[in-house]
Design a protein around this ligand. Structure first.
Ligand code: ADP
Ligand code: MG
Length: 696
């Protein structure tokens, strides 16, 4: 279909457009800057800026914005028009190299975790010339990094780019050891699968909780949920199909490789997966995808919910971060090869990954520690909060035979000598069946499945890249000094597998037995955000990022603070919303219904003095006692919010989890019990069934 091919990337100032619109010298200059990671000269920047502006105006744009990713995890933009006044009260459209390369948003209101006191509010943004500009809503968007004047990274892109550079540097060292002189750059590749819910706008608008917090704070279990599993991969309803088609088009225009779409397990839940690209582009594109999903839903009279757990008792939404590393010469370093030397390389990268995940379990757990994810991780539908790696039967047998020095039994019954023998063929089918593992090897990549649907994928990828860089640098240090490379390699792989075997788990992660087993193995089980974040600043984590230049100590500390602050704020907003809903909607509704029931009793008795009113009386008593419980817990919640103790951020988060959130659960229990005995006519909100089945 030529239409799609024409549409694809039509709103992106990509390499092809640059080749066409820039002078040969300028285009080459830009390419060299990227290849060598050098800043652009003003001359080149000016020419690019002018070409970008002309192209954008042809496409109907009037404004430009430096598009960046502050620590909030969403994107930010501040729009300036291209107009510049000239004589006679007229204007011309102008955009200079300076404006392209650097912008200065007043950044005082973005979280900085203490990196930038508000009186020195200004930060600057700088174009990331490895990411293409694009047009969104009439504005030319320039992907940028965001820093404070002190030079601290205030965003999620800068550390991601740094981590990619570092991973590349260390992986290239390893490639040289294997005699590969051609590889110049190694890039992490990422394909994030995005889950989301779609509901009708009319039901959304009646729910204060959805509007203010993105999730339902109340709601009794519906008579029909996902029991029948009839939604998963089910046929797509026409209204949803129209949405998905529209979404694909919008994403394609922006150059996003939207590929797969299907219904998910829960009613109203769907998934979109793109084709993987380099981590930086994947991260930009995932941010755009989330934004476009919401916008397109609006056009279709629907609302797209990206929260990790919009509905209790119904599957939540996650994001599977498929991650691999590949060379600029097209080799996937997690792909088991067909020759002994390729396999030795594969096993070395595998060993680095296993060691890294084992050593930095807590850090990886922290990268997915966001309040919404607390409702998923460890619950029955999502991976447990314990980090482990699933390798599949074949690869696990390989690892075991290496550790034990025993024969690996395949058709040939041979012993596996690293660097000498070839690995058995690892079939892809066999690796993809364990859906309960947080980190699964799926043939030629690792799938990190703990991410929440709403979160930026940047944090987890920064961690994966840096951890891998660290392990590869340790390996390179050893191997570069070795007299006999093959021998050193074999023992390094064997030692590493032996020392870190505990992180490998092929069983069912949803079983309670795994929790006990993991404890025996000494693996961390950080069940909630408040507990996980306490490990953020472990000395080994600080050392890791500082050593590789991904974060300064200050930058890293700032991230920790931002995460804690965000957690406390989210719980606080949810708690306040709950109180508001109880006092202004739920309790008054139940009171009205109680007088209706009381009225029934009175009028029945007035009509027939000896009539049986036991049903109504029982109901009235139940309503009365539950509403009392509701108001008692609501008062307790109000008090809990009012009395947040002074202390460290970790203590505050702990309080929000174990006091505020714990009380919220009690408020909710009373309200949900009331919902099922209160007349639907009186209940102030659409029920779960009405919301989940709102798209006909
Ligand atoms: P599943 O749902 O079975 O996990 P999908 O096809 O829905 O599979 O999603 C797989 C994701 O992994 C896609 O985004 C795909 O592009 C991505 N992917 C495939 N190969 C790689 C790779 N080598 N590195 C990174 N991501 C990959
Ligand atoms: Mg998957």
């Amino acid at each position: 279909m030529s239409k799609v091919t024409e549409m694809f990337g039509s709103l992106v100032f990509n390499e092809e457009v640059m080749r066409q619109r820039l002078s040969g010298a300028c285009y080459q200059g830009w390419k060299t800057c990227i290849a060598e990671g050098k800043p652009l000269t003003l001359e080149i920047a000016n020419e690019i800026a002018n070409a970008m502006k002309d192209w954008a105006i042809e496409k109907g744009a009037t404004h430009y914005t430096h598009w960046f990713q502050p620590m909030t995890g969403v994107t930010a933009e501040k729009h300036d028009s291209f107009i510049t006044p000239i004589e006679n009260g007229k204007v011309m459209m102008q955009f200079s190299g300076k404006e392209l390369v650097r912008g200065e948003p007043d950044a005082s209101s973005f979280p900085s975790g203490g990196l930038r006191a508000t009186f020195e509010a200004r930060g600057y943004t700088a174009w990331d010339p490895t990411a293409f500009a694009f047009i969104k809503d009439g504005s030319l968007c320039i992907p940028t990094v965001f820093c404070s004047y002190g030079g601290h990274a205030l965003d999620k892109k800068t550390p991601l780019l740094r981590s990619m550079d570092e991973l590349s540097r260390q992986a290239v060292r390893i490639m040289r050891l294997f005699g590969d002189e051609g590889v110049k750059r190694v890039m992490p590749q990422v394909g994030p699968e995005q889950e989301y819910f779609l509901i009708d706008k009319s039901v959304y608008e009646q729910r204060e909780d959805l509007i203010l917090t993105g999730r339902t704070l109340f709601g009794a279990k519906p008579p029909k949920g996902q029991e029948l599993d009839d939604h998963y991969f089910g046929s797509i309803k026409p209204r949803i199909a129209a949405y998905m088609a529209d979404l694909d088009e919008e994403l394609w225009k922006l150059g996003v490789l939207a590929k797969t779409k299907h219904n998910e397990v829960a009613p109203a839940q769907h998934e979109l997966a793109p084709i993987y690209t380099d981590a930086n582009t994947a991260c930009d594109h995932n941010q755009l995808t989330m934004e476009v999903m919401k916008k397109v839903a609006e056009r279709h009279g629907m609302v797209c919910l990206l929260h990790e757990k919009p509905f209790a008792g119904v599957n939540g939404s996650g994001k599977h971060n498929n991650w691999s590393i590949s060379t600029d010469t097209g080799l996937n370093l997690f792909k088991p090869g067909s020759t002994p030397s390729q396999n030795a390389r594969f096993l070395l990268f595998l060993a680095a990954f296993i060691k890294g995940v084992d050593e930095y379990q807590e850090m990886l757990r922290c990268t997915v520690a966001i309040p919404g994810n607390d409702h998923r991780l460890g619950a029955q539908e999502a991976p447990p909060a314990i980090i482990s790696i699933f390798l599949g039967d074949e690869l696990e047998a390989v690892v075991e035979s290496i550790i034990k020095g025993t024969e690996y039994v395949d058709q040939g019954k041979r012993k596996l000598d690293i660097g000498v023998a070839a690995l058995p063929r690892i079939s892809q089918d066999n690796t993809d069946r364990n859906r309960t593992s947080p980190l699964a090897f799926t043939g030629n990549k690792f799938e990190f499945r703990m991410l929440g649907s709403s979160q930026s994928i940047s944090g987890p990828n920064i961690a994966l890249n840096t951890i891998m860089a660290e392990e590869l640098s340790q390996f390179a240090d050893v191997l570069e000094k070795a007299d006999d490379f093959n021998e050193a390699l074999s023992s390094l792989i064997k030692e590493t597998f032996t020392a870190h075997q505990r992180i490998i788990f092929n069983g069912n992660g949803y079983e309670d037995a795994w929790v006990q087993e993991a404890e025996k193995r000494g693996l961390a089980n950080l069940t909630c955000t408040a507990d996980a974040l306490k490990t953020y600043l472990l000395p080994q984590n600080v050392e890791l990022f500082v050593k590789h230049g991904v974060y300064t100590k200050e930058e890293f500390t700032a991230r920790s603070e931002t995460h804690f602050e965000n957690y406390c704020k989210v719980i606080s907003i949810e708690a306040n919303t709950m109180v508001d809903m109880v006092k202004r909607d739920i309790y008054p509704a139940v009171c009205a219904f109680m007088s209706e029931v009381a009225g029934t009793i009175t009028s029945k008795k007035a009509a027939l003095a000896d009539i049986d009113c036991s049903v109504e009386e029982k109901l009235l008593r139940e309503l009365s006692s539950l509403s009392k419980e509701l108001m008692v817990q609501c008062a307790a919640l109000e008090e809990a919010i009012a009395k947040v103790p002074e202390g460290t951020l970790a203590e505050e988060a702990h309080y929000y989890k174990y006091t505020v959130f714990a009380t919220m659960e009690k408020v909710r229990a009373a309200a949900d019990a009331l919902e099922v005995i209160t007349s639907a006519e009186f209940w102030p909100y659409p029920s779960y069934a009405e919301i989940l089945f709102s798209i006909k």
